[in-house]
Design a protein around this ligand. Structure first.
Ligand SMILES: [Zn+2]
Length: 383
């Protein structure tokens, strides 16, 4: 037979390997060929059966990946035994889940490439396409944060930021004119990576979901500059909206810093400003912020930062206009996504991840929650 490089590979012998399948462990006999030019063995049957370098059938691996994405690897091992009678080690669940996560990422990468050369097409014609982005911390093993500054002074970073993005669509409004998310229209992508790497990821997902045919594109985010840099690079012309609840939170926190955490004055002050925020009265808010003159230098600093935040983002906070046009002004769906995709699986007590391991699980969870798990396995069996 031919080796993968087109040389002639000679039959050597039949080799046997133990394969764990969903029904029982079995012995598989496979013909082993050897290519002298490559100095490598070839086992065509392993490729046919999708068991190259694996002692688990694709069916068992799929179960392992599904469970490993959902719960701690050891729980996955126990569920596999309890539900399917398949006995494997915890380490095997971890390794296989990671490997499938990497395969999912490989197909994401192929999609990204297709998106950038104009070969990723969407059949959907969308009224309004929303893109939301956010970051959330993932606890990592010490060597993943070496040389990185922690969020807190003097404290070393113990987490790395996973960047997550979601895309959803909106066609209609309810009887009060509030926007309605199209059912089952939300898909997610994410990874621990730089904004330069994440930009193409969220762009490709938006293209897949109909970016180029959308009548209107809206991006929701908090004030993080990396989000708006990505918008400038990949979503030129999109309507930019700062998540209303983040903006409110900035006001509430500042109120506490200036007037004291438990004071009713803090509450009144931030409630008043929040109302002005709803009305889109940014100039009034900025005036109110500039009137604050706390004595404490830390509080002065906080006032200054808040002024900068509202000045920088004022165009993204025209909530009165956005509401009149029935746009979503909150990215609650993104925050829920952060909790579901990262929080529930990667932030359980005692968990410490490598970036590689965390990214594999994030890829699996995004695939599953976006309804693409079946599609991944179908494409795999064709390939
Ligand atoms: Zn060869």
């Amino acid at each position: 037979m031919d080796c993968p490089n087109g040389h002639r590979a000679e039959f050597v012998e039949y080799r046997s390997k133990r394969l764990v399948t969903a029904l029982s462990p079995i012995q598989v006999e496979r013909a082993y060929y050897y290519c002298a030019q490559c100095g490598q063995g070839v086992i065509p049957k392993d490729q046919e059966l999708d068991i190259v370098d694996s002692s688990f059938s694709p069916g068992v691996r799929r179960m392992m990946g599904r469970l490993g994405a959902k719960e701690a690897f050891d729980e996955g091992r126990r569920d596999l035994e309890e539900l399917a009678g398949v006995i494997v080690t915890t380490k095997a669940v971890e390794r296989v889940s990671e490997a499938i996560g990497h395969d999912v990422e490989q197909s994401n990468k192929a999609e990204r490439h297709a998106a950038f050369i104009g070969q990723l097409h969407s059949i959907e014609s969308v009224a309004t396409l929303y893109i939301a982005m956010d970051g959330t911390g993932v606890p990592v093993v010490p060597h993943e944060t070496e040389g990185r500054q922690g969020k807190h002074e003097a404290g070393k970073a113990k987490t790395r930021e996973a960047k997550l993005g979601c895309v959803f669509t909106q066609t209609t409004v309810d009887d009060q004119g509030r926007p309605l998310r199209d059912p089952d229209s939300t898909t997610y992508v994410g990874a621990i990576e730089t904004a330069e790497q994440f930009g193409p990821r969220i762009y490709a997902e938006a293209v897949r979901r109909g970016l180029k045919r959308a009548k209107r594109v809206i991006v929701l985010g908090d004030g993080a500059p990396w989000i708006w840099n990505i918008v400038a690079e990949h979503f030129h012309g999109a309507i930019e909206i700062v998540d209303l609840y983040h903006a409110r939170q900035h006001l509430a926190e500042l109120g506490k810093i200036v007037y004291g955490p438990a004071s009713s004055r803090a509450k009144d002050w931030s409630a008043g400003r929040s109302e002005q925020l709803d009305e889109g009265s940014l100039s009034v808010i900025l005036k109110a912020l500039k009137r604050l003159r706390p004595r404490d230098p830390a509080a002065q600093q906080a006032v200054h930062q808040t002024i900068t935040y509202f000045q920088t983002n004022s165009e993204r906070m025209r909530y009165d206009q956005f509401r009149r046009q029935s746009f979503f002004v909150g990215s609650g769906v993104m925050e829920a996504g952060c909790k579901t995709i990262v929080g529930q699986r990667l932030k359980q007590s005692g968990m410490r991840w490598t970036v590689r391991g965390a990214n594999a699980i994030i890829a699996l969870r995004c695939s599953e929650i976006s309804g693409r798990w079946e599609e991944f396995w179908e494409n795999r069996s064709v390939g």
